[in-house]
Design a binder for this molecule. Structure first.
Ligand SMILES: [Zn+2]
Length: 630
């Protein structure tokens, strides 16, 4: 997993710079890594209408290589959709979605994409369309669907040039509260064939949960179908922040304030500057240097000189760097100077070429501060867009409390089935696209909304069902089984469709005798003298305590005057023990169709008449499934 992320351009450790891991990435600045140069470089403006000889060679070659054919079709699609240019990361994402096993060798795939992109970018728009129509006409239609996407356009967005980011803090993992923002940023990047970065904001050494660095990225990759263009970690970029802070001091735009915090706040609230502000440049530089090794934590703050009488007191000379001696899991004791969030955010948004910042409206004040910083450094700020709060009523989840509860053993881990964290929801079988659809439905809106947990899950489950229902084959699971014998029922092989809507998938075979297992709950509800049916098997009647065979055809049951229940069942000889872990943490135990044992772990099935579930583990005579939804 890790090497995949590293090759995707993700970097979390200053000691393992990306340029060493990925030979294709060339732009590296001190302490920072950017993967974006790779995309710009491959772009060419020249277009020929005539197919180049090497392209023809490539087309021939693809006959011998399935991977190349897959790359080619997505490269053609991408170029066709976005004015002739190929976004390598977007193509990589699409290729890996179609052939996940290629994740093992991302550098090779990426190189292949680069080669193919070069050829594809030579083609004229007409030739692109022609080729795409030839080899993958279904991808031509997709563009038309995309154009009618539900998201409103972003201001000043140029297709192919848009760059968005999310900025999670590594204090814990992602839960349902993060789905909207992450999905929305990603969907906009996708809409404009742009970049979507993850920036891990870990400049507060006191709030870090070290495993979160990798796990967050893994979750975001999952949520976006490997749509992450790059990952940066702020603690690996301290040198950059120091350089810009020094520049601001030299420009006379920042000063080191050593006043008592409470006293300073009082002065600021009155619109009065402290004496530190007017010290000369030399003194400022000396004081700035002392922040690295002399002042103690809390003794000095680097402040930006703004307007000390600004009508919004929050804007007055706000802090940009501070001392924090807490040991940081990445940099250890080595660093004590940390940027405050607005500062590192402003620098990084500029350095990464972020064009659009979309986040909650609680960030609006920070956005103003970031713009002041950018203005002082002579930079053009990105376009900011904010969304209203989504209040999940009846839902409160705290990353730190959950972490504590996991450490205390109340939960088995972040993927405990009772938790609304992505890791648990993934394990249950929720699909990323269902969560993203939720974000698309809401769109970028400033209105606050309250969503009850019930409404939320109803919506998510409906979206998820749309995706899994056609895919999930049907199987029988009988919990709390009761054995019944149906008199006069002769042994046979019963054929049951894997999916009623897709007969071409075939049938499963159950060998029956006159003895069956049915769920205790069904057993209790079988009314006497009614005609009941074992699904796809036979009709029977309960007389006193005796079950008697009536017939096989469904119509006999359907037309029966005293029609009872249709229930699922299993042959009494079924050996496969099955457990289903419910979202409450409780388990259902019983038996299940033995065919389930041959399916890969991770398969989502419908346990007929019950619910959808995901196969979690299979051992010799036992299968464990996780409850998904009804
Ligand atoms: Zn001061």
């Amino acid at each position: 997993m890790k090497s995949f992320f590293q090759y995707m351009g993700l970097i979390s450790f200053p000691e393992a710079p990306l340029y060493k891991l990925c030979p294709h990435l060339s732009s590296v600045s001190s302490g920072s890594v950017t993967i974006f140069s790779v995309m710009e470089k491959s772009r060419q403006n020249q277009k020929h209408l005539i197919t180049s000889p090497s392209f023809l060679a490539l087309m021939k070659e693809t006959g011998s290589s399935k991977e190349k054919a897959i790359i080619l079709k997505y490269a053609l699609q991408n170029a066709h959709d976005f004015g002739g240019k190929v976004n390598l990361q977007a193509v990589l994402g699409a290729v890996l979605r179609e052939k996940p096993e290629l994740k093992k060798d991302v550098p090779k795939v990426l190189k292949e994409i680069q080669n193919i992109a070069k050829e594809v970018e030579q083609l004229s728009p007409a030739a692109l369309k022609e080729k795409l129509k030839d080899i993958a006409p279904e991808l031509l239609q997709k563009k038309e669907e995309k154009e009618q996407g539900p998201l409103k356009p972003l201001p000043k967005a140029v297709p192919g040039k848009v760059s968005l980011r999310i900025a999670p803090s590594p204090s814990g993992l992602l839960h349902i509260g993060h789905i909207y923002g992450t999905s929305l940023n990603y969907e906009y990047a996708k809409m404009y064939n742009g970049k979507f970065s993850v920036r891990i904001e870990d400049t507060d050494p006191e709030k870090i949960y070290p495993p979160a660095y990798d796990l967050i990225v893994d979750d975001v990759q999952w949520l976006t179908d490997n749509g992450v263009s790059g990952v940066i970690v702020q603690s690996s970029r301290l040198g950059i922040y120091y350089d810009y802070a020094e520049k601001l001091v030299t420009l006379g735009k920042a000063y080191v304030c050593t006043c008592d915090a409470d006293k300073w706040r009082e002065m600021k609230n009155h619109g009065t500057a402290c004496s530190c502000r007017s010290l000369n440049e030399k003194d400022q530089q000396l004081r700035y240097a002392k922040m690295f090794n002399e002042y103690a934590e809390g003794e000095a703050v680097l402040r930006l000189k703004t307007d000390i009488t600004h009508k919004n007191p929050a804007m007055r000379d706000f802090g940009i760097m501070r001392i924090n001696e807490h040991v940081h899991p990445k940099t250890g004791k080595e660093q004590r100077m940390w940027p405050l969030m607005v500062f590192s955010v402003a620098i990084d948004d500029h350095e990464l070429g972020i064009t659009h910042v979309l986040n909650g409206k609680e960030h609006a004040d920070n956005a103003l501060k970031e713009q002041i910083i950018m203005e002082y450094l002579g930079w053009k700020p990105p376009v900011y867009g904010h969304w209203g709060r989504i209040n999940f009523s009846g839902f409160s989840v705290s990353k730190s409390k959950t972490r504590l509860a996991i450490e205390e053993g109340q939960y088995k881990g972040w993927d405990d089935i009772r938790l609304p964290f992505l890791r648990a929801l993934r394990r249950r079988g929720y699909q990323a696209k269902a969560f993203r659809k939720f974000a698309l439905e809401i769109g970028l809106s400033l209105n606050d909304k309250t969503v009850s947990m019930e409404e939320f899950w109803k919506m998510i489950n409906a979206f998820n069902r749309e995706i899994v229902e056609p895919r999930a084959n049907r199987y029988f699971f009988v919990d709390d089984p009761v054995e019944i014998t149906i008199e006069s029922c002769s042994p046979r092989e019963v054929q049951v469709p894997l999916h009623p809507d897709f007969p071409e998938r075939g049938k499963r075979t159950l060998k029956t005798t006159d003895t069956f297992l049915i769920a205790k709950n069904d057993y209790k509800q079988l009314a006497e003298s009614y005609v009941h049916r074992l699904m796809d098997c036979c009709n029977f009647i309960l007389q006193g305590t005796t079950f008697r065979f009536l017939s096989q055809p469904y119509n006999n049951y359907k037309n029966a005057k005293d029609r009872g229940r249709i229930i699922h069942w299993l042959p009494a000889a079924t050996k496969l023990q099955a457990e289903v872990l419910l979202d409450t943490g409780l388990k259902l135990s019983g038996v299940a169709e033995e065919a389930l044992q041959k399916l890969p772990v991770g398969t989502i099935v419908q346990l007929e008449r019950r619910f959808f579930a995901r196969i979690d583990t299979i051992t010799k005579n036992k299968i464990m499934l996780w409850y998904l939804h009804k």
